[in-house]
Design a protein around this ligand. Sequence first.
Ligand code: ADP
Ligand code: MG
Length: 235
Amino acid sequence: MSMLEVKDVYKTYVTGNIKYQALSGVSLSVEKGEFTSIMGKSGSGKSTFMNILGCLDKMDSGNYILNGQNVTNLSDNELAYIRNKEIGFVFQSFNLLPRMSILENVELPMIYGGINSKIRRKKAMDALEKVGLANWIKHKPNEISGGQKQRVAIARAIVNNPNVIMADEPTGNLDSVVTAEILKIFQQLNEEGSTIIMVTHEPEVAQYTKKIVRFSDGKIVSDSMVLNRKIIHKD
Ligand code: ADP
Ligand code: MG
């Protein structure tokens, strides 16, 4: 079963009278249950592509089917709805709201979704338990470590039971020990059925995924299964 299918995506940024073609005919299919990494040099178009996959930005031309629905020509409001329902995001810089507690940060996507407060709290607690942060719910983001912040971001990403998790350099600000802890959570979520797409420029990190897609100059140049994939075992 296909989770998403994009065909022939083009994207040009225009700044003043300078045009820059960031994506030049990108096509990709991702099956349900895959754990895919997207690699490539800085500036090769990875984030541009992820933002389009995540319905955060629009392509100039191309076609996008997400979980059976053609989302190519949807309005901003329709895209926001689809995004909230289908996709959980994790960013390199965590993107937590500083004034809110950890619990409130994780509840946020459900507030947009209009879910009642009791159910909200229960689901947020379940998600925080899953990432090992059940004892930290009252803390604010500036009172926890980078690795813990990324765990909160993962809890926030999974709280609405999205069909796909998208992460753009999620370990980019973390040391190698904490990186392994975060990858272990992703592997566990994938094991439980989540489809995951993760941008990384570190070959070492990509070795923990099942498939590597390589970008160069706004194009996909290769797409291969990971041989001798590394697995982080549960302890
Ligand atoms: P990557 O994530 O692989 O580093 P990006 O997708 O962020 O690459 O960027 C691809 C290219 O598009 C880069 O040359 C970048 O400078 C350019 N770019 C990205 N975002 C914008 C923007 N908002 N306006 C203009 N140029 C942009
Ligand atoms: Mg990027």
